[in-house]
Design a protein around this ligand. Structure first.
Ligand SMILES: Nc1ncnc2c1ncn2[C@@H]1O[C@H](COP(=O)(O)OP(=O)(O)O)[C@@H](O)[C@H]1O
Ligand SMILES: [Mg+2]
Length: 362
């Protein structure tokens, strides 16, 4: 038997584990490049989120996986089989559209059974699967309703039940919560995550909402203008963004351009110095609001003088825009009741440079 090195074994195992794989996929519409040379993958049972601003190519990418859009170049594989030129019904994917797209003249039960009926499933089997799915989304009492008699959240759950009824290898969701109000959106996030875990289906999820992506995903693919900027876990994307775009798009931050000297000290264009251990050269420091602390809170390090330029009260926390050594920085803190800083106040702050990311200029 051929012995494989540890590295080769991992590669073999990972390749077998890839349920979705896009290799250098592009989609052009005339002169518009909707998606440029995108490569991404999803492992078995993984929830991968495509995150980016409106128009960056998320829906086009998802539709290329589903087979509704044919790539201009590149390949789409599902479970190791090249599906690039295969029609949607051959791909073993289930899709939940932004608008839900339930059939309005069919009951909830008929909607869920639709795909099974096309496959000529026997009636008893259909009914069994429909009731399983209704139980899964916790709406068994609504089987005989029409979509128009459901709330937005209920329609969304039925669309999910319809997609999962076929037990697809891949579940595809395009901004499934965008039509729901803010509170319901947060609840549906948790529910969806739980349902997906329960059935263990590999999922590609599209959103422009960074909080949704951070809370739900195993891995996030950040897209910008048709290109993939970074792929990583929520922690990697937030704490170690590889580009300024990613840093700015995910969470609040202050970006300072500057230079790291031979001793690893960063000096910004405005003259703010941070002592760290970054590699020498030009770069951009990414300072998250929570990395700035009040020195009166016992934060260790050199105290800097900060002038409050703006103060925004959010109840649980206050976000401040500060001027510090010629730079503007955003900080966020939970100040004691009645102790909210005001515009014009001067504070002593400490920047915890240890875990600040400096993106090296290319
Ligand atoms: N059918 C189409 N014809 C022409 N341009 C399109 C078509 N679909 C999408 N586009 C363009 O491709 C880009 C990406 O669109 P889309 O994938 O829908 O972005 P997102 O889902 O991230 O908002 C946009 O500039 C959009 O206008
Ligand atoms: Mg879209």
């Amino acid at each position: 038997m051929l012995a494989l090195s540890k590295e080769e074994q991992t590669t073999v195992q990972e390749a077998g584990d890839l349920v979705v794989e896009l290799r250098s996929v592009s989609k052009h519409y005339g002169d518009t490049v909707a998606v440029a040379n995108a490569s991404l993958s999803a492992r078995r049972g993984e929830l991968v989120c495509l995150l980016g601003p409106s128009g960056c190519g998320k829906t086009t990418t998802l539709r290329m996986v589903a087979g509704f859009v044919e790539p201009t170049s590149g390949t789409v594989s599902i479970n190791g089989v090249d599906m690039t030129r295969q029609p949607p019904y051959r791909r073993d994917t289930g899709m939940v559209f932004q608008s839900y797209a339930l059939f309005p003249h069919m009951t909830v039960a008929e909607n869920i059974a639709f795909g099974l009926e096309n496959l000529k499933w026997a009636r008893v089997d259909r009914e069994k699967r429909v009731s399983e799915m209704l139980k899964l989304v916790e709406l068994p009492h609504l089987a005989q309703r029409l979509p128009s008699q459901l709330s937005g959240g209920q329609q969304q759950r039925i669309a999910l039940a319809r997609a999962l009824a076929m037990r697809p290898a891949v579940l595809l969701l395009d901004e499934p919560f965008s039509n729901l109000d803010a509170q319901l959106r947060v609840r549906m996030r948790e529910e969806l995550r739980e349902v997906i875990r329960g059935v263990d289906v590999t999922t590609l999820f599209v959103t422009h909402d960074q909080e949704e992506a951070l809370t739900m995903s195993d891995r996030i693919v950040v897209m910008n203008a048709g290109q993939i900027e970074q792929v990583g876990t929520p922690g990697e994307i937030y704490e170690a963004p590889s580009t300024s775009f990613v840093a700015k798009f995910i969470g609040w931050c202050s970006l300072l351009n500057g230079i790291v000297d031979a001793d690893g000290v960063f000096t910004s264009g405005g003259g703010l110095r941070l002592k760290g251990h970054w590699s020498p050269g030009a770069g951009t420091a990414v300072i998250r609001p929570e990395q700035i602390k009040l020195s009166s809170d016992g934060a260790r390090g050199t105290a800097l003088t900060a002038l409050v330029l703006q103060s925004h009260y959010y109840g649980g926390a206050t976000r401040l825009l500060l001027e510090v050594n010629g730079e503007q920085l955003t900080m966020e803190d939970r100040f004691a009741f009645g102790r909210q800083p005001k515009v014009g106040d001067v504070l002593a702050i400490v920047i915890s440079a240890d875990d600040i990311r400096v993106i090296q200029s290319k």
